[in-house]
Design a protein around this ligand. Sequence first.
Ligand code: GDP
Length: 475
Amino acid sequence: MKLSDVIDGGRLAAGGFRDFAVGLASPNLRLGVTGLSRAGKTVFITALIQSLLKGGRLPAFTAMSSGRVNRVFLEPQPDDNLPRFRFEDHIEALTGADRRWPNSTRRISQLRLTIEYSPKGFFARHLSGGRLHIVIVDYPGEWLLDLPLMQMSYAEWSAATLAASRKEPRLSHAKDWHAHLQSLDAAAPAHESEAIAASQLFTKYLASCRAVSLSALPPGRFLMPGDYAGSPLLAFAPLDVAADAQLPNGSLGALMERRYRSYVNRIVKPFFFGHFARLDRQIVLVDALHPFNAGASAVQDLQMALAQILVCFRQGANSLVSNVFGRRIDRILFAAAKADLLHHASHDRLEVILRLIVEAAVARAEFSGAAVDVAAIAAIRSTREARVTQKGEPLDCIAGTPEKGETIGGQVFDGKTEAAIFPGDLPENPRHALDGSLEGHLKFVRFRPPLLKHATFPHIRLDRAIEFLIGDRLS
Ligand code: GDP
């Protein structure tokens, strides 16, 4: 398939022209927030909006700390066909009597807010109104890993997926699916029941890979179906077919191929043209601590997933985005989320390790174009630091209220009692986080969200993330 085949002029014109017209009236910035399931998207967006609306403590966000932000407010939805990000419900969950984390992202949603500010220079102050509209688009990172499918045939996708599943660490999760696959003949007449069984076993395989912290697991809707749960569009799976195989009409192979093409045409492309290709800035949230703890192959898989994500953003002669809209996304932030699960002594190390992973992904994806940065953040900090003496030695711990049912050293928590734990340290040499030396060394506990004592939640480096993502647009 050629790139020109995936470019749909009509759809492109509609989305692109609307953005252009809106941008003429008032500067507009579309900020994409993504990351794999439970990476921290919902929490990040909620904390971001709350701290902008309420003027939170954001020293590194210079427009705000220098007093140039005059007013921030939410505005009605720009696109009628997209759900609104449920900001108010999420705040309610976090601050209600039972203080719980909000429901995670399952589908795309958006919210628009406006910042009124005083521009820096005298002339700018008098020339422009100092207004920036920000459209925040929240979407599952799993869907991003689908974009390369637009350039792959069914046979190519099958071959790549099967080859990956025949090597560890995936092989041991693929046993049931592989056994079923052996019983299938791509050239035999199609039976719906076989297609459904194959897709269910394939989905189970993907879910079991995800459970051991593997990251690169397309097609994304199999694990994060959004509105397509149970749809026949998801009733397909890879088959052992040669790249040049002629699949007879009515055969199982032909059915699977047709469904794969429908998936690409009816799910992947509309997401790409309607949403992804219209973004200006992007934050990719990464839950890096679990892969570190799971070992070298999980870290390598994370790196591969980040490289695939960067391919989607790549600009230049061969890029999907630049072929559609010209130069568009100009800043991408990779943020290691939940840094509050480590002592602050490890925050810089976490950043250095993620930088190493991202640099390798940049090289692998031959990425160039947008400015890329890395940060270790906690959008909402649920722990504080504590020093505990153990066997006469001081130990740097984190303290908070573990969620009900969490256990540490055999103690089961009731969701009310505070505890200090030693989560483990990240290594001084970042390469040791990549080679599996950290496997099983980190201890994680899910802490409840903190009590809201001031207008906004405590955080770690959320201000740096905001400065990188929007600061220059408020100068
Ligand atoms: P997503 O929307 O699927 O990307 O993920 P969420 O934002 O819902 O986050 C998933 C879970 O991660 C939450 O329920 C929290 O338990 C945890 N989490 C997310 N962000 C933070 C954070 O900043 N600090 C801490 N301690 N936990 C977080």
